[in-house]
Design a protein around this ligand. Sequence first.
Ligand code: ADP
Length: 316
Amino acid sequence: MSSRFFEQLNILFQCRKYGVPFFQCPQLLFLLMGAVIIITTILSYYIGSRYIEDPLLVTLIVLLLSMFLLIVSFFVTRSFEKLAEVARIKSEFVSIVSHQLRSPLSNLRWATELLVSGKLGEIKKEQSKYFNILKQNTKRMTKILKDLLIVSGIESKNFLSKKEEIFLPGLIKKIISKVKKRKMTSNVEINFQFTEDLPKIYTDASQIELVIENLISNAVQYREEGKKGKVDIKVEKKRKKIYFEIKDNGIGIESQEQKYIFQKFFRTKKARKYQSLGTGLGLYISKEIIEKLNGKIGFKSQKNKGSIFWFRLPIK
Ligand code: ADP
């Protein structure tokens, strides 16, 4: 009982419970509104007693003003609390659904692969068409589920980054050779440049790997069909930070769509036409990771010309 009482008083604990940024936390707003009411009450009393002679009238005005502010702050805090609660339930829902889907989907994958392999008997031409549809869609669902699990991990209250010292160019080379094995990179030239004096950075290697792999995959896949792709990656040290940049000559992003690019599930019209497999979660995940590691991420893009995505991270 007493521990619950202290939990209620612990603002940081309450804010973490909702999983929203500190400045959007209803409890913080409640405190701020309280401070505003106290200051307004004192100020209105001083100003009132200067210009109004009747002390009773001053008290009445101060009381009415404070009551009005109290009612307004009650409704504002309640709406913020509801919004924060909806955000928390939404994240919890994504987390539960994605965890529950894991094992049925892996059974489905296993069964599909067995059917497609022909080990259960010869596959007729007509059957093979449908088996391939099954395989493609299972692959798609697996990708969506993988991204949803990452999102739920990042949004969870227990998200912890395991930091270590890493040499970014080494990690990037590893990711490039992984991406180069994919079929979609066959018509793409990937160049990588970095300055020799780069320091190691203290960060979470597996999270950064997710970000870089996503940015390289995007740069490689979002290009006009048949056009030779060119992707230039560079890493350098800029003002005590490590700066990563990836430039492509792909389809680019229309200016009206640019403001939505880091939103969950957002995909541009053109991208949906060229790549049906995407989830629209990669950039949201990348932004969350980079910001959690105290960095910044951004981009510049021009329709039909290409895009530049970048991020910077603190060295320590
Ligand atoms: P996904 O690639 O799975 O759709 P992302 O979150 O990685 O999800 O990207 C979101 C959207 O941003 C993509 O669907 C695409 O419309 C756009 N986008 C991302 N990177 C690029 C790029 N290099 N060139 C053009 N469009 C891009």
